[in-house]
Write a new protein. Structure first.
Length: 160
């Protein structure tokens, strides 16, 4: 299935000074799907779902040092987390407020690492957090499938 937002994500990937990306949007619009599609363009892809992998929350309780956090995530999942080669995807991040707070430090400490955070209820979690990284995090909103995307998904692109 082709989504037009994928082009925006690919552009983000090619930016020299890319920021951490916060992918927003309603439930079931395809945020996880589209990040997984983008992940195919990286040498390594690590998906941390905070609802499914609740053990990972512990990595954010000691301190918010991204290097230490990435070392722990790499060991936990058995996948290298390397700047320039890895897309690190924090899904359902609203389940771990400390992870949301850590995002600003990823941009500062590991600028070559590609980091995307998403969550269906992320907007509510952000209301509770006093500081989440203004100027270090790019926000992108994902909408439900457009009619053109629907036509393409049904192999009716000629009707566009």
């Amino acid at each position: 299935m082709k989504r037009t937002i994928l082009r925006t994500l690919i552009t983000w990937k090619t930016e020299e000074n890319h920021k951490v990306l916060r992918l927003r949007g309603a439930c079931q619009v395809g945020k996880t799907y589209i990040v997984r599609e983008l992940g195919k363009q990286f040498e390594h892809f690590v998906e941390v779902n905070f609802e499914k992998n609740s053990d990972v929350e512990y990595f954010f309780e000691q301190n918010l040092d991204p290097v230490r956090i990435c070392t722990n995530i790499s060991a936990y999942f058995g996948i290298p987390v390397t700047e320039g080669k890895t897309l690190l995807f924090f899904d359902e991040i609203q389940s771990c407020p400390k992870a949301i707070q850590s995002l600003r430090f990823f941009y500062e400490s590991l600028p070559g690492l590609y980091v995307i955070a998403a969550g269906s209820l992320l907007e509510f979690a952000l209301e509770e957090i006093t500081s989440w990284g203004v100027g270090r995090i790019r926000s992108l909103y994902m909408y439900p499938m457009s009619f053109d995307e629907f036509l393409m998904a049904n192999n009716d692109g000629s009707l566009i």
